[in-house]
Design a protein around this ligand. Structure first.
Ligand code: SF4
Length: 267
C-alpha cells in the first residue's frame, strides 16, 4: 500500500526575511542557519551550493514605487481620535509618540502575544506601531531611529524600507481584518537631534499585495540562495561578522556601517 503523500511544510517567512533576501539571498539563508543554531546548538542547513556563482544584484524584483509620498519634518499623529492599538514590546528605542490616554492596545495583544501572524501565507512579524485613526483607518509605522532623511531618493536603503512597510500592511490586514491603505516609515535621525527627520507614506493596494505574494513564492522556490557581494551590504552583514560567508566583498564594519556609508553621501 502506498504511503499517503504529505505536503512539505511551507517555509515560514517574516518581513525581515524579505528585506534580507532583497539585499542578498545568501545572507537570509545564513541568518536562518544561525537562528537554528541558537535553538538547537547546531548550525542549520544552508542550501547555497559551494560552487554557486555570485550575483551582481538580487534576483527579487523591486516593489511598485508609483505613489509614494515623501515628507520632510515631523509626522503629526495627534488628531483627537487617533489611537495606538499595537506597540512592539521588543523594541525599547521607539519614541513616545502617543500619550497614555491615546493608547488603546488591541485585546489580542494584552495577554503576552506580540507577533502579527498570517497563517494562510505562512508569514509573521512585528511592526513598531499600529495606529487607528478616528475614521477607523489602520496603518503600521516602522521607526528608523538612526536613518538620516535628507531626500528620499538619494538613499539606497529606502527600497528595503518600502518592502518592510508593504509586508507589515499585509500582517495588519490579516490581524485586524481591515486592509491599510498605506504604511509609514518614520526616519527619526536621533543622532542628528532630529535635524533630518522625515517620513514616507507607502501605498498598499492590489499591486503591492500581488507583489508581496509573488515575492514570497519566489523566495520559497529559490533553491540556490545565491550571494550578492557588495561593499556596503557585506560591511554590515551579521553572518559576515561571524565569519560565515565565503563570498564577502568586505570585512564586517558594524551594524551601522550602511548608515555611515550613506552619511558620506549626504547632500
Ligand atoms: S557577506 Fe555579503 S555576500 Fe556574504 S551573505 Fe553577507 S551580504 Fe551576502
Amino acid at each position: 500500500m502506498l504511503a499517503p503523500l504529505v505536503a512539505p511544510p511551507v517555509e515560514h517567512l517574516t518581513p525581515h526575511d524579505l528585506v534580507t533576501y532583497f539585499r542578498c539571498p545568501h545572507e537570509m539563508e545564513l541568518v536562518h542557519a544561525v537562528h537554528a543554531q541558537r535553538v538547537t546548538g547546531t548550525l542549520g542547513p544552508v542550501r547555497t551550493p559551494l560552487d554557486v556563482i555570485p550575483l551582481h544584484h538580487s534576483p527579487l524584483f523591486s516593489p511598485p514605487l508609483g505613489e509614494i509620498s515623501v515628507n520632510e519634518g515631523r509626522l503629526d499623529l495627534f488628531d483627537d481620535g487617533d489611537r495606538l492599538i499595537y506597540l512592539d514590546p521588543g523594541e525599547d528605542d521607539i519614541p513616545m509618540l502617543f500619550p497614555p490616554e491615546r493608547m488603546q492596545i488591541d485585546p489580542k495583544f494584552t495577554n503576552g502575544q506580540s507577533t502579527l501572524t498570517d497563517p494562510e501565507w505562512g508569514f509573521a512579524g512585528r511592526p513598531d506601531l499600529v495606529v487607528r485613526r478616528q475614521d477607523g483607518v489602520l496603518f503600521p509605522v516602522e521607526y528608523k531611529e538612526t536613518h538620516l532623511f535628507g531626500g528620499y531618493h538619494q538613499a539606497h536603503g529606502r527600497l528595503f524600507d518600502t518592502i518592510q512597510a508593504i509586508a507589515e500592511c499585509r500582517l495588519v490586514h490579516v490581524t485586524f481584518g481591515r486592509r491599510p491603505a498605506y504604511g509609514i516609515v518614520l526616519y527619526g535621525d536621533e543622532s542628528g537631534g532630529g535635524e533630518h527627520e522625515g517620513w514616507v507614506q507607502i501605498p498598499y493596494g492590489d499591486a503591492e499585495e500581488r507583489w508581496l505574494k509573488v515575492a514570497m513564492d519566489q523566495v520559497r522556490q529559490d533553491r540556490t540562495r545565491a550571494p550578492v557581494p557588495a561593499l556596503r551590504t557585506c560591511g554590515s552583514c551579521e553572518p559576515n561578522e561571524e565569519g560565515l560567508c565565503r563570498f564577502a566583498a568586505a570585512r564586517y564594519e558594524g551594524p551601522h556601517h550602511h548608515q555611515a556609508f550613506l552619511a558620506t553621501r549626504r547632500p
